[in-house]
Unconditional design. Structure first.
Length: 234
């Protein structure tokens, strides 16, 4: 079968446009993965809004704006995202983050619930809903959310750290110690986990393990441990 010149030209244009949009989208996702949030926003602003899968790029734009505390701009991006794709459930995750940034934790939880209702294993939403619940002093349910989060991702160091914190606040020190240790195992440069673990040991009168933890932190190059060692470890 002979193909007309017109058909070939149309196909060439389609492939060129599709290929370019895929390249742009991939580049933006790579930029986002490096946590270069302002550059992510700048790159998205340079491309045509009609590009393929632009709803996912708007998500990255809004997320980056939230990370940079550009909350008004993020709200505009979320509105655009929902106009483009009303069924984009993760828009409510973004709305929840904005509410949390504004310390409207009940509203944050309400938005996070809409994501969890559709996807009960949405790792980031479980994690952030746990933070919101904890900040409302609902420690029991904050811990439950982090339990589920860690079922989804057993290597989530920050989830172990935060679960340890809520256990500590709840005076469940054995569980707090276990979680802080796990966070350190997953991230040997986790400054806050070392300090928190040493503090729990110290509060329970175990200065030997407290100082051992701080000395381990020092060997990992964690500068915050130096002053604590000087003040508390003789």
């Amino acid at each position: 079968m002979k193909l007309s010149l017109k058909y070939l030209l149309v196909m060439f244009v389609f492939i060129s446009v599709y290929g370019t949009s895929q390249t742009n989208a991939q580049k933006i996702k790579e930029t986002f993965s490096t946590k270069s949030y302002q550059l992510t926003i700048d790159e998205i602003n340079l491309i045509n809004s009609s590009e393929i899968h632009f709803d996912s790029l708007l998500y990255l734009k809004a997320y980056s704006q939230i990370k940079l505390n550009q909350l008004k701009e993020a709200s505009v991006s979320i509105s655009q995202l929902q106009q483009l794709n009303p069924n984009y459930d993760e828009a409510y995750f973004l709305k929840g983050l904005i509410c949390a940034k504004k310390e409207k934790y009940a509203d944050a939880i309400s938005n996070f619930n809409k994501v969890i209702d559709v996807n009960p294993n949405h790792e980031k939403t479980l994690y952030n809903r746990a933070l919101a619940k904890g900040l409302l002093e609902d420690y029991k349910n904050a811990i439950k959310d982090l339990d589920q989060c860690l079922v989804v991702n057993p290597n989530y160091a920050m989830a172990f750290y935060n679960r340890g914190y809520w256990h500590e606040i709840s005076e469940n020190y054995a569980s707090a110690i276990s979680d802080y240790k796990k966070a350190i195992t997953l991230d040997q440069h986790y400054t806050e986990a070392y300090i928190a673990l040493a503090y729990v040991y110290s509060q329970n009168g175990d200065n030997v393990n407290a100082c051992e933890t701080l000395n381990t932190a020092k060997t990992e190059g964690i500068e915050a441990a130096n002053d604590l060692i000087h003040n508390f470890c003789k």
